[in-house]
Design a protein around this ligand. Structure first.
Ligand code: MSP
Length: 510
């Protein structure tokens, strides 16, 4: 059983992971962790997409089998997950038996129903690249670029899926489920695409040309081609786990929404008599200097370099704080360092250390009780009260960047409160009123920080835990319990120091 089944796209194994791949896993992980904090039982799936022409060709060029090649790249993607603190429950590879079996079952079911038929595929074929080309591959003057070598129009037998027969059904489904795709403007893009009649989908390639695929169960001279294989991973991974399907959310990039996830996938499921996912979350791209980060453009940054240098939480924070889900975002080391130094090292990291330091110096390392509340204490508590509800609502609406913006504004107001109360001055005064104020200010700072740590848990799980630990508490509950201002820290013993986000060595201009 799972209340919330969430997936990422499965990555092609034709190159090493870059920031774009890491982002999708982190975004999905933030949502998975958030749902666990609301008390849902979550099932989180990710994996690799391993068949196809490119893998076959690259493996051949390297003198290894396609499976050996896929094994090595898939292992790289898999090894990245714990380094990014991804809390996935499962990892599926399309070369696994459990996947191939379900793909073949679904193909057979659709074939038996008459939704798959044999026809003629006509297209422009590049012998050099061993692939069919598309209109978008042509140069502006209509010729085929040099890299394709000789291109000829060929016709070959293949199997087709009756997509067109379901176009009306899909339109009705989207009209009845207006919020199927987030952000909403992307649903409009799907409707725009559906204004033209759909072509039936070619789902096979002859085995003599493409060995590296799943053989069709009703004709093993052919293998499935691309989407019929890849999309089914979401279902094949849980087909034998009762109560998990359908997915609550598929998290994908904007390049694979139309037509694969918004047209092929719903129609495939409906035709096969399976329930539809509840929604698609479509994120934008990470760009470098205005261009999509990708292996082929040679502008890809390795997420693990950043993790080695600054830790997973810093990368997670940057990617989630900087990207408005659905839009594109710019990635650069400079932008990363600005957030790291400003938000993390200065605003949050210093505050934690100041809180520990003052509690040790002025209260023997034990958090005092709340004491009497005055104007500044009340203001901070009320600011938290106003933030907490909005914060959870922003998470529900996938507005993580806005939630973090509000949270860090609150962190800055804790810093302003520290300056205003100046406990180091109160600590020098023997006056009972000042001693009382000192105690309640130390409590207020510690409690405000505890709440920030709880709020940061889905985004920066390790730092959140470390902050809670140095304050002497272990966050165990749901957000409904943890995000409430209260007195539980009274009497907690705090640690002496915590270096959360060490300042990097000064960057020299190149
Ligand atoms: N294998 C297919 C997906 C099959 S899902 C049933 C695929 N693989 S991919 O490796 O090319 O991309 C995997 C995911 O990473 C996609 O959701 C894609 O949008 C995302 N990203 C790849 N480059 C990206 C950026 N530069 N920025 C953000 N995400 C992008 O497509």
């Amino acid at each position: 059983m799972a209340d919330f089944f969430i997936t990422t796209a499965i990555d092609y194994v034709n190159g090493s992971p870059h920031i774009g791949h890491a982002y999708e896993k982190i975004l999905t992980d933030v949502i998975a962790r958030f749902h666990r904090l609301t008390g849902d039982s979550v099932h989180f799936l990710t994996g690799t997409d391993e068949h196809g022409q490119k893998v076959q060709q690259t493996a051949r060029a390297r003198g290894v089998t396609p499976l050996e090649f896929a094994d090595s790249i898939s292992a790289e993607f898999r090894a990245m997950l714990p380094r990014l603190e991804i809390s996935n429950d499962d990892f599926i590879r399309t070369t696994e038996e459990r996947h191939k079996r379900v793909v073949r079952e679904i193909l057979q079911r659709l074939y038996d129903k008459g939704d798959i038929y044999k026809g003629e595929y006509r297209g422009f074929y590049s012998l050099r690249q061993e692939q069919f080309l598309q209109e978008k591959d042509r140069s502006a003057d209509g010729t085929w670029p040099e890299i394709f070598g000789e291109v000829s129009e060929i016709v070959e037998p293949n199997y087709f899926f009756r997509l067109r027969a379901y176009q009306g059904w899909l339109l009705d489904f989207l009209a009845a489920n207006e919020r199927f795709v987030f952000p909403h403007f992307r649903q409009k893009q799907v409707l725009e695409f559906l204004k033209e009649p759909l072509n039936d989908l070619c789902i096979s390639r002859p085995r003599e040309r493409l060995e590296w695929g799943i053989p069709l169960p009703f004709d093993d001279a052919f293998v499935t081609y691309v989407w019929f294989d890849a999309l089914v991973n979401y279902y094949s991974a849980v087909a034998d786990k009762p109560g998990v399907w359908p997915a609550a959310l598929h998290v994908i990039g904007k390049d694979i929404l139309v037509p694969p996830h918004a047209v092929y996938w719903p129609i495939m499921l409906h035709a096969a008599g399976l329930a539809l996912p509840k929604g698609l979350l479509v994120h934008g791209w990470w760009l470098t200097s205005g261009e999509k980060m990708s292996k082929s453009s040679g502008n890809a940054s390795n997420p693990l370099d950043i993790v080695d240098e600054f830790g997973a939480d810093a990368l997670r924070y940057f990617l989630i704080r900087e990207m408005n889900v659905g839009q594109d975002g710019d990635f650069s080391r400079e932008l990363f360092l600005t957030r790291y130094n400003g938000d993390l090292a200065n605003d949050l990291g210093n505050l934690v250390n100041r809180a520990l330091n003052m509690t040790n110096r002025f209260a023997g390392g034990l958090v005092p009780g709340p004491g009497a509340e005055h104007g500044p204490e009340r203001e901070l508590r009320e600011a938290w009260g106003a933030l907490a509800g909005d914060y959870v609502a922003l998470f529900r609406q996938f507005q993580f960047h806005a939630a973090l913006e509000r949270l860090f504004a609150f962190i800055r107001s804790i810093n302003a409160y520290v300056e205003r109360r100046a406990p180091w001055k109160l600590g020098k005064s023997p006056e009972p009123a000042d001693r009382a104020l000192l105690a309640s200010s130390l409590f207020t700072i510690a409690e405000a920080l505890r709440l920030c740590a709880a709020a940061l848990r889905p985004v920066m799980p390790a730092s959140s835990e470390r902050i809670a630990a140095v304050l002497g508490c272990a966050p165990a509950g749901t957000w409904a319990e943890e995000l409430v201002w209260g007195g539980r820290l009274e009497g907690s013993r705090v640690a002496t120091a915590l270096v959360l986000f060490p300042k990097p060595a000064v960057e020299r201009a190149p």
